[in-house]
Design a protein around this ligand. Sequence first.
Ligand SMILES: [Zn+2]
Length: 54
Amino acid sequence: MEVPIKKVKTSLKGRKCKYSHCKHILSIYNHEDYCHVHLGLLAYDHKPKAMKAS
Ligand SMILES: [Zn+2]
């Protein structure tokens, strides 16, 4: 009896982060266009800067 092969959704191998000059290779499990570093940066950028603790 054959073992059913589970297809895991992965992205293309060897994709690079789209951030300028970033040479991070994206994991096949990362479906984003940026590496984890720049994803974090971009997310941070979009946050309003009115988060001062008072
Ligand atoms: Zn990057």
